[in-house]
Design a protein around this ligand. Structure first.
Ligand code: NAD
Length: 360
């Protein structure tokens, strides 16, 4: 169990055995009438859990995609919720991965100026990272995550059993965020991570432990800087590049895998700019490559100009510089403003050569 402090009160993250138990617990804890927003894949995998517990007129099933979390896709969902009778004292229960979480958290934060919500994260990425931190992020047209709010859930229920049905790419994707959190935390956490990853590689077990470790690391950052104005920025390590890779491939690279490739790029940039010591990029790639490897060729096929253009549009930028999180080593991340033309364009061209050589 983990208790997370937020400005709107603390909330608990607890593990429960099954989806049915999670939904039952969320329904029981709900103030007012409960409405459920659920990922279509999860509903199809656990039809009984939903059929038995949720009134069909209060169940809204959504196919997860970046299109689904765009601003224009939200209106019909909100309209259906209002038509179904959702009120200011209702609770929205969200079951799904990061896409469903972003949709549900955003709607809960703006509907009637904010209603209660709780979350059953169903992907590794959502369990290990996004389920805490209160953020929602919504796409506008082809621009990713441009709208957002902070709105803490009332409760998070982790069902590790849900991870068994995830496609391997979704495990790879979650691992990207798990590894990022450990790298940002420091040498000790990184050493512990390597032990746990070796155990997972050997036995296929231990994802739950990795999730709890990642959440404990993230908790320390978000409790100190809930609204992302300082220390929490460091959790964006790999994200300026990762978001650009997602956008330039029309989301052909899952989010956490794009983050892994982004961390690889950020470390290469750091070494080239003499922030990180020689060999840092090779060491990071050794750790990350098993998780991003199938997507190296996808990145090589992405138009470098489109990546560069997306980086220049990143919402963290102020003025003409490209702002990204670079590193001096594990636990030593820092925010750096790079000159787009003089630094980013050239280093990105060099990174493309490196990843093309690695892809073979
Ligand atoms: N708000 C935040 O703090 C935050 C943080 C990180 C990422 N994100 C966002 O999260 C999104 C990515 O989320 P994600 O990686 O969880 O993917 P996702 O929500 O897109 O889900 C990935 C796929 O897995 C399927 N799925 C979900 N649960 C499953 C299960 N238990 N078994 C089998 N299939 C299942 C979904 O239907 C979908 O096809 C991105 O849009 C990213 O921007 C948000």
């Amino acid at each position: 169990m983990l208790e997370v402090l937020s400005s709107s009160g603390s909330y608990r993250v607890e593990a429960v055995g099954t989806v049915a138990e999670a939904i039952e617990s969320a329904l029981q804890a709900s103030a007012g009438a409960a409405f459920v927003l659920a990922d279509a894949t999860v509903v199809s995998l656990h039809p009984d859990a939903f059929r038995q517990a949720v009134d069909p007129s209060r169940l809204f099933v959504i196919e997860a995609s970046e299109e689904a979390k765009s601003y224009s896709s939200l209106e019909p969902i909100i309209e259906s919720l209002i038509q179904a009778g959702i009120k200011r004292n209702s609770t929205l229960i969200v079951v799904g991965g990061g896409v469903l979480q972003d949709i549900g958290c955003f709607i809960a934060s703006v509907l009637f100026r904010g209603i209660a919500w709780s979350l059953v994260p169903s992907t590794l990425l959502a369990q290990c990272d996004s389920c805490i931190g209160s953020k929602s992020s919504i796409n506008v047209g082809r621009f990713k995550n441009q709208l957002g709010t902070f709105h803490a859930p009332k409760q998070v229920y982790l069902v590790f059993d849900l991870l068994r049905t995830l496609p391997h790419d979704e495990i790879r994707s979650g691992m990207g965020e798990i590894i990022k959190l450990h790298l940002v935390a420091g040498e000790n956490e990184l050493a512990r991570l390597k032990t746990h990853l070796a155990h997972y590689a050997e036995t296929g077990e231990g994802l739950g432990q990795l999730v709890w470790d990642a959440l404990r690391i993230k908790k320390a950052f978000i409790e100190q800087d809930e609204f992302d104005t300082g220390k929490r920025n460091l959790l964006n390590y790999g994200h300026t590049f990762g978001h650009a890779y997602e956008s330039a491939t029309q989301y052909g690279i899952p989010h956490g895998i794009a983050v892994s490739l982004g961390i690889s790029t950020a470390t290469f940039f750091s070494e080239q700019l003499a922030l990180a010591p020689a060999g840092a990029a090779d060491a990071i790639d050794e750790l990350l490559k098993p998780w991003y490897q199938p997507y190296e060729s996808v990145l090589c096929g992405a138009d470098r100009e489109a990546v560069f253009a997306a980086m220049k549009l990143d919402k963290k930028n102020t003025g003409a510089a490209v702002t990204c999180i670079l590193t001096r080593g594990p636990g030593l991340m820092e925010k750096v403003a790079l000159d787009a033309n003089a630094q980013v364009a050239d280093l990105l061209a060099q990174y493309y050569k490196r990843i093309a050589a690695s892809a073979g």
